[in-house]
Design a protein around this ligand. Structure first.
Ligand SMILES: [Zn+2]
Length: 259
């Protein structure tokens, strides 16, 4: 069993690579502290599971178990703590916020849970915008002095001019296209790419959408334009990278750090 990276920290995607003892095709199960994650074949009796982590995980010791390929293998992994910067947000008490619609929340939630067997993605992922990073992954918030326990910035923001190109960071199938006029009031114009095997990208606040649902896109292909639709304070691209429904840090994926 091989674990990459060997010293993971909060937000990392942990790749567990298993060589089957039988050299056969019996597919093992990989669990992280008892929670099972999908396993996909690589080649020659090897399998891989991707285990997402986020700033909401507690740092410390985790148990990775490979079951179903006797004997059961156990490995302790130490998830390192990591500092995330903090934003302090002041909201008026009578905040008349623009809330999202049930329609957009339902469609985005369904998108994040999608696990399809074909792997479209390859590392390293490409930068989806040429804009500078304006808000990194994982930033935590205080609202009116109270720590928002469940909040972290679930992606990377790039500041760029309205209409500038957004490209697919990796190949995949377009499985979510949402527009403001269809009820995407919070996310704005939105594209979701299924990269396969539980890995998916979401792009929100777009000025325009250049793809259609069901289409397969290649890494580097233009998919839309940077914008400020939905609840947004200025033109920027928000890219969220999800692994089995958890927003992970995209940066290691950009530099080939996924085994
Ligand atoms: Zn963002």
């Amino acid at each position: 069993m091989d674990i990459r990276p060997s010293a993971p920290e909060l937000g990392d995607t942990i790749a567990v690579i298993v060589q089957s003892n039988q050299g056969g095709t019996a597919q093992p199960t990989v669990q992280l502290n008892g929670q099972a994650f999908p396993v996909f074949p690589l080649e020659a009796g090897r399998f891989r599971a991707l285990l997402p982590t986020s700033p909401l995980n507690s740092p410390g010791r985790y148990l990775v178990q490979v079951i179903g390929d006797e004997p059961t293998r156990n490995l302790a992994v130490w998830l390192k703590n990591r500092h995330f910067s903090v934003q302090r947000i002041t909201l008026p008490p009578d905040r008349a916020s623009i809330e999202g619609t049930p329609h957009e929340f339902e469609r985005v939630a369904t998108f994040k849970q999608l696990v399809t067997p074909e792997r479209h993605w390859q590392v390293p992922f490409l930068r989806p915008s040429q804009g500078r990073v304006s808000t990194p992954y994982g930033v935590r918030r205080y609202y009116n002095g109270v720590f928002a326990r469940d909040y972290y910035h679930r992606g990377v923001d790039y500041a760029a001019a309205t209409g500038s190109a957004v490209i697919a960071p990796a190949a995949g199938r377009i499985v979510l296209v949402g527009r403001v006029r269809d009820g995407f009031r919070l996310h704005g114009n939105t594209i979701g790419i299924d990269h396969g095997q539980g890995v998916a990208s979401i792009f929100i606040h777009l000025s325009r959408i250049d793809v259609t649902a069901g289409e397969v896109v290649q890494a580097g292909q233009q998919i839309g334009g940077v914008g400020s639709t939905g609840v947004s304070t200025g033109p920027h691209l928000h890219w969220g990278l999800y692994v089995h429904g958890v927003a992970v840090d995209p940066v290691p994926w950009r530099y080939g750090g996924i085994g």
